[in-house]
Design a binder for this molecule. Structure first.
Ligand code: IVH
Length: 703
């Protein structure tokens, strides 16, 4: 027995007395809940899939011997999805984003450089960028909405667009004011981190142990598990705390700088991250970073770095956001924490594209408060380079949410019997040959459609949160349905009900009437999907969320998108030129897109899929703007703002910014020294604007 995260008894199930069965069910349920949480909500599993399957198998077996011990919240009724479906969802008026990370001084310099490159006045190095620095707490983010000074709801971050309504639980947190003074704007949404102090975390685990509940691996998990409790009495029994560090929707501005905002928040009764510092230059920042690292263990709560925020809010506003994080803030992480342990085995996993990733199963070890059981070995070269072998004692490290890595092997501790690791030549799942392209580090399974592992990974991607987002189709269920031949391709998900009729949904238990209905309801909800999610769900190589959005934003509807992808297969086509002209889409993505859409199997699955689902047009975030959907090209040097800011401004109003002019260009903005593009624009008779007229146009639209 390695740890309390994976406890399995050897007693045969039919030898268990009822009391024992009850106890074990509760223990297993606790573990399954815990690992579900890690897997689905944190993407950071601590045990292997096989171990997880064993937990569920034993739980199911005991329940089938004692069906009357099945509790309403049993994992067998939860279908292996995030244990959070009971909460009402609330959409964030302003998305809750994340922070980009810096890992060293160079990253921090780059952060400031990109700010200087964005805001023209800051090109002058003599102008200082005042920066607020605060500790970065390791908890979970939460938004609190106040209307006319009254707390109306609390919501978790969720996927950034939509979170869970945790109002009842938030009301139990004493750090959170329930009423605010009258001077606070009528609509005021505070954002911050819900966390547990180190001491309370340890106490909680002692209590959990006493009552036979599940133990939490770290304060962050404990805070997440405690805030996302359906029973707020449980939350109330856990001493959660709250630090305010940002805000969302506000009906009127309440400060000019981040530092002033901090003061106001404190005056109004919030607790803020301390010690914070207003710094004038990088030297002061560096001192602060070193100071915090030094006092880290004495703060009383866990932190994993510091957060830097541009102090001036007007600059924050101008800098805006890039994909999921603001340009005006960055998290500067502390260096990874290391530990020594032993590699017990090495397994090779097959991803959705067939990529083979070797993973080391480790003797479980606590690294900076987190139990680590696995480390990625990346690829064959990495294993060879470090000569990593089964049985080796190794130094591993983890940094934040990143999968732990092997830093080095302690060769002096190597057992005499050890042999170099033999990388497989065939797929561990389907037995097809592995290939490795010249110059590439990764090996790929050539099994394609016959490889079960790839198919399951593709299905998992298809139903994932940012794709079709089908609740109730978790990894376990997909694997079960796949094994039973019920779902092999995405289309099968949508025809499951008609094919299945009223037969039991699976040979494996746990599918009561309610859970079956829930699953089919979730599938039906997914029959309408927006174009960006649809494209992302296809799992095309190199087409992640951001690229899918770029494509959706350009082609708007599924018909034009598919037509364009088909036409682009001709090397000299306009469609291909158009695809290449989309800012952010390069040659290699284009090749992958064309490759995908010329593969007959893909197109036939697509045709079938489109009979089952309705793909809605991509809605531009700023669709109300009259300029939305128009295309602009900038050329020459602009006088009052940088090219990056000009581009961001245009995109915020829903315009597409293209790199070259074509008949489809709506506006060409010409700065000084405009070269050939200006000429081309004149030849095509396009609308040409100078910088001043362009900014006036934007200003009118943005009112
Ligand atoms: S500011 C636009 N300040 O770290 C996002 N975040 O890794 C503004 N966090 O999502 C966030 N301490 O949950 C901010 N002092 C701090 C923070 C902090 C912890 C969390 C927050 C954020 C995550 C990003």
């Amino acid at each position: 027995m390695h740890s309390n995260k994976f406890l399995l008894s050897n007693t045969p199930v039919d030898k268990l007395g009822k009391e024992e069965a009850k106890k074990e069910l509760s223990l297993l349920a606790g573990q399954i809940y815990y690992h579900d949480q890690l897997y689905y909500a944190e993407d950071a599993p601590e045990i292997t899939d096989a171990q997880y399957d064993e937990l569920r198998k034993r739980h199911r077996a005991i329940e089938s011997v004692y069906p009357d011990l099945t509790l309403p919240d049993s994992p067998s009724l939860r279908l292996g999805t995030a244990p959070s479906k009971g909460f009402r969802k609330i959409r964030h008026v302003i998305p809750m984003l994340s922070l980009d990370n810096a890992f060293n001084q160079e990253d921090v310099f780059n952060f400031f450089n990109s700010i200087r490159n964005f805001i023209l006045e800051l090109k002058d190095e003599n102008v200082q960028i005042e920066t607020v620095a605060e500790p970065k707490i390791d908890g979970l983010s939460c938004a609190l909405r106040y209307e006319h000074g009254k707390l109306v709801y609390g919501v978790t971050r969720g996927d950034g667009n939509e979170g869970e309504d945790v109002t009842a639980n938030v009301l139990t947190i004493s750090d959170i004011p329930k009423e605010l003074p009258t001077e606070v704007p009528d609509i005021f949404e505070v954002r911050g981190e819900v966390y547990l102090s180190d001491e309370d975390f340890l106490d909680l685990n002692v209590r959990q142990e006493r009552i036979g509940g599940r133990l939490f691996a770290n304060p962050r998990n404990a805070a997440a598990g405690s805030l996302r409790q359906l029973d707020s009495a449980i939350t109330a029994s856990r001493p959660l705390r709250f630090f305010a560090y940002a805000w969302g929707e506000i009906s009127s501005p309440f400060a000019a700088t981040q530092w002033e905002a901090r003061d106001k928040l404190k005056q109004w009764g919030f607790v803020l991250n301390e010690p914070a510092k207003l710094t004038q230059n990088t030297e002061q920042l560096l001192n602060y970073y070193e100071y915090i690292e030094e006092v880290r263990s004495k703060l009383g709560f866990s932190i994993d770095g510091i957060v830097l925020k541009v102090n001036r809010l007007d600059w924050q506003q101008r800098l805006g956001f890039v994909s999921r994080s603001p340009r005006w803030a960055i998290a500067w992480k502390f260096p990874p924490q290391q530990a020594k342990t032993v590699i017990e085995s090495i397994v090779c996993q097959v991803g959705r594209t067939g990529k083979i990733t070797p993973v080391a199963n480790l003797r479980p070890i606590n690294v900076g408060g987190v139990l680590v059981t696995r480390a990625t070995l990346h690829n064959r070269d990495e294993i060879m380079r470090k000569d990593i072998r089964v049985g080796d004692t190794v130094i591993i490290q983890r940094a934040g949410d990143v999968i732990p890595q092997v830093v080095s092997v302690i060769v002096s501790l190597r057992p005499a019997s050890s042999r170099p690791f033999e990388f497989p030549t065939v797929c561990p799942d389907c037995g097809s040959k592995l290939i490795r392209e010249v110059g590439e580090a990764d090996s790929y399974c050539t099994g394609g459609l016959i490889c079960k592992a790839q198919a399951i990974e593709r299905l998992k991607h298809f139903v994932s949160r940012d794709a079709f987002d089908i609740d109730g189709l978790g990894e376990i269920t997909i694997a079960e349905f796949f094994a039973e031949g019920r779902v092999h391709s995405p289309v099968d998900i949508f025809t499951l009900r008609e094919r299945n009729g009223l037969n039991p949904l699976s040979k494996i238990g746990g599918w009561g009437a309610t859970s079956v209905k829930k699953l089919f309801d979730a599938i039906d909800r997914a029959r309408t999907v927006s174009l960006d999610r649809f494209i992302y769900a296809l799992g095309i190589h190199q087409v992640g969320l951001a690229t899918a959005k770029l494509l959706a934003r350009h082609y708007i509807n599924i018909e034009s998108f598919l037509m364009a992808m088909k036409d682009a297969a001709h090397p000299a086509s306009m469609a291909k030129q158009e695809l290449l002209s989309i800012s952010g889409i390069g040659g290699s993505v284009t090749t992958d897109l064309i490759g995908f859409f010329t593969e007959p199997h893909n197109t036939s699955v697509l045709d079938l899929l489109l009979k089952q689902v309705k793909v809605t047009d991509y809605v531009l975030p700023s669709q109300l703007s009259p300029l939305a959907g128009k295309t602009v090209v900038f050329t020459g040097t602009l006088q009052s703002l940088t090219r990056s800011e000009a581009k961001a401004q245009a995109e915020a109003l829903g315009l597409n910014v293209a790199g070259s002019v074509s008949k489809k260009t709506d506006y060409v903005v010409v700065g000084s020294d405009a070269g050939s593009k200006g000429k081309e624009a004149r030849a095509l008779n396009l609308t040409i604007l100078d910088e001043k007229t362009w900014l006036e146009l934007l200003h009118k639209v943005d009112m």
